[in-house]
Design a protein around this ligand. Sequence first.
Ligand code: SAM
Ligand code: ZN
Length: 269
Amino acid sequence: MSENILICPVCGKPLENSLEKEKNVRKCVSGHSFDIAKDNYVNLLVRSGTENAGDNKEMALSRKNFLSKDYYKPLADVVGDLLVTADTETVLDICCGEGYYTSQLTKRKKCDFYGFDISKEMVRLAAKRRCGAEFFAANLTDIPVRSCSVDFAFHLFAPFDKYEFYRVMKKGGTLVTVIPGREHLLGLKEVLYENIYYNDESVTDAGEFTLADRIRVRASISIDNKEDIASLFKMTPYYYSTPRSGIEKLERTEKLETPIEFVLLVYKK
Ligand SMILES: C[S@@+](CC[C@H](N)C(=O)[O-])C[C@H]1O[C@@H](n2cnc3c(N)ncnc32)[C@H](O)[C@@H]1O
Ligand SMILES: [Zn+2]
């Protein structure tokens, strides 16, 4: 076990482990105190306006339902393969969502795992997985983690902050991020839209990180029940931009076959 990497979001000093008599709070050495929710995650969000930020309960449950059926396991497996070969003690899941990928990776290697998200609903579901990781609510623009303390981080389908991610990584550490591949969810788009477009694979500006590898993951999935089809739809950006006619067509769809395609970008600090 390496030293705990969490710091106080108010003063930046280390967070101490809870004492037996203070099971429901984490305190920093200056005495700032943060609640541990009953599902066993710590709320380190301090800025007002973040109370209901991030994905809501419906989106969180849809994501949990869909991912728990292992439709995206090919992606989790490749991130796990990268973790297994990396020299690492401390792993951070940036914007962990409901914790599917964190829990998959904890099965691959013994490390200190941490995961955070700005949505308390997401963090709550992640903590309920009881996978051995330490979960906390936080904003990716201000991660309450010591500078240069993370060996391996992964960041899937969430906003990218090149300065903050660079700050938390150890020198030589690995950050894995993902962009949707050209044909990702093409089968879903064929149901929703008249005119189909392919995803643009352009890479986000990663600042001072060096791109060490680019790995394509491709598979085909078949979803044969309406509940999972609806869950998939609710966890995509198409949920916000589909005409009524497309939604109705999807509601009538009994079976969906689609390619899934991801491009993993492996960055080094
Ligand atoms: C599309 S989901 C991906 C979740 C998870 N990585 C996965 O692949 O299942 C995006 C996540 O980013 C979170 N998020 C959005 N903005 C954030 C921010 N500023 N700080 C932390 N998390 C954020 C959302 O709450 C949501 O859980
Ligand atoms: Zn403090």
